[in-house]
Design a protein around this ligand. Structure first.
Ligand code: ADP
Length: 422
């Protein structure tokens, strides 16, 4: 649920940004194109008007000076191909000459002419009798007093229809782009959230498993404490054994909580390792001594093969912990009279550590899971042995931090060998 809404939020943000980009891009393209079209038309009209005006000026000046009407004038090119129309009006706005294709309905209003007379050349937009948009350039000719006004204009319908097509394409393209962004954004947001979602799921499972693991020892402690409390008159031996159980379960709780803390810290990368040159053979010898101590009650023989110093870059404390986890497991899951081997060797430039036992082994279906948190191949038995299934998870974290790898070879009832390469 939480991820569904986050996914949509991400998608919508993405969509918003894409929409904004498309809008800015589309508007720029449209306005730049329109500007270019309009500038082209204006330059064209002005050029034509100026060419036409040159021979006219002298005649208009002359007519004005004499106060006579301007007669016998023809204007415009011989062919008005391209749809240009020309007109010449006197200062009062009366038409003096024009090309044949002139549409009187499209001529500028008289106040536009007056403005051109008073303030100089200007462009005017008008509409023809058939509703076409026209643009006309008004150029006063013949001095500053009472000039005639030359008009050159044409339909801007071709440009407008090209702009309409462009707008259509931009809107279509923009819409398609938005749809694509919606689909792509939703897909990408899903992918981006997947690892986070997996991490949260893992965390939830961790908390659930942890609560479950803690519940059993707590229940046992409570039951034993009640027993002692209800029967204080009981034989000393019975109460002592209940209290022993309480202590054992408390230790067990302590171990689990400690392991959980290690893993939780590892998850948030809050447990930095301190790397230094470490002699692995020293650590292996030490683990061998600890193994002998642990194995005493079970008559398991311990054999250590670690000849000569072998240096690696590593965190001494963590490497010790790693070996202790493996040795502890080997003894836990090996019966009376078995044997445990610790061997260190250099193989292909890497340090190889083998911890082998002749114990119960691991079933093939359990093998892929034993490094998972809270996984125990034999739930009942492992619980009796006082374990929560976190040891190997910590071991594999330590190995990973050393950029090494850990694997296991095991056969049920024959034994297991854990192999670490650093
Ligand atoms: P635990 O605290 O239960 O030992 P681990 O993570 O250390 O948890 O081990 C996970 C499971 O892997 C154990 O419950 C056990 O079933 C199996 N296992 C680990 N080491 C050995 C071994 N040396 N021999 C047989 N089984 C083992």
């Amino acid at each position: 649920m939480m991820f569904r809404s986050a996914r949509w939020r991400l998608t919508l943000w993405f969509l918003g940004v894409v929409a904004l980009i498309l809008l800015v891009l589309g508007l720029s393209v449209f306005y730049v194109t329109r500007r270019a079209f309009m500038d082209g038309i204006d330059d064209d009209l002005r050029g034509r008007a100026e060419r036409e005006a040159a021979p006219l000026r002298a005649r208009v000046l002359d007519a004005n000076r004499r106060g006579e009407a301007l007669g016998g004038v023809t204007i415009g090119p011989p062919f008005t191909a391209g749809g240009y129309f020309y007109a010449l009006v006197d200062p009062r706005g009366n038409l003096v000459a024009s090309t044949q294709n002139l549409d009187p309905a499209g001529l500028p209003a008289s106040n536009d002419i007056a403005k051109a007379v008073n303030t100089g050349p200007r462009y005017v937009d008008t509409t023809s009798s058939t509703g076409e948009d026209l643009r006309i350039y008004l150029l006063p000719v013949g001095g500053s007093r009472n000039p005639f006004v030359l008009q050159v204009g044409r339909s801007i319908e071709p440009e407008l229809s090209a702009l309409r097509r462009l707008l259509f394409i931009l809107l279509g393209g923009g819409g398609a782009g938005l749809l694509l962004a919606l689909g792509g954004g939703y897909f990408l947001a899903g992918r981006a959230l997947r690892p986070i979602r997996m991490a949260v799921d893992r965390q939830r499972a961790f908390v659930a498993d942890a609560s479950h693991e803690l519940r059993t020892p707590l229940a046992l402690i409570r039951a034993n404490a009640e027993l002692v409390g209800r029967h204080p008159e009981q034989k000393i031996a019975d109460n002592a054994s209940a209290l022993d159980d309480i202590i054992k379960e408390t230790d067990h709780l302590n171990t689990i909580v400690g392991q959980m803390f290690t893993l939780a810290m590892a998850d948030v990368e809050a447990m930095p390792l301190e790397f230094a040159e470490v002699d692995l053979s020293e650590i292996v010898q030490e683990a061998g001594r600890q193994a002998s101590l642990l194995a005493q009650g079970k008559s398991i023989s311990v054999e250590v093969k670690a000849n000569g110093a072998l240096y690696v870059m590593g965190d001494r404390t963590r490497l010790r912990e790693l070996l202790l986890i493996l040795v502890d497991n080997a003894i836990k899951y090996t019966g009376e009279g078995g044997s445990l081997g610790l061997a260190l060797a250099e193989v292909g430039g890497r340090a190889q550590l083998r911890v082998s036992d002749t114990g119960q082994g691991i079933a093939p279906e359990a093998l892929p899971h034993i490094f998972e948190r809270f996984y125990r191949a034999d739930k009942a038995r492992a619980r009796e042995a006082g374990s929560a299934g976190l040891g190997l998870a910590i071991a594999s974290w330590i190995v990973e931090k050393h950029r090494g790898n850990i694997r296991v070879e095991s056969e049920p009832d024959k034994g297991s060998t854990f192999i670490i390469e650093l």
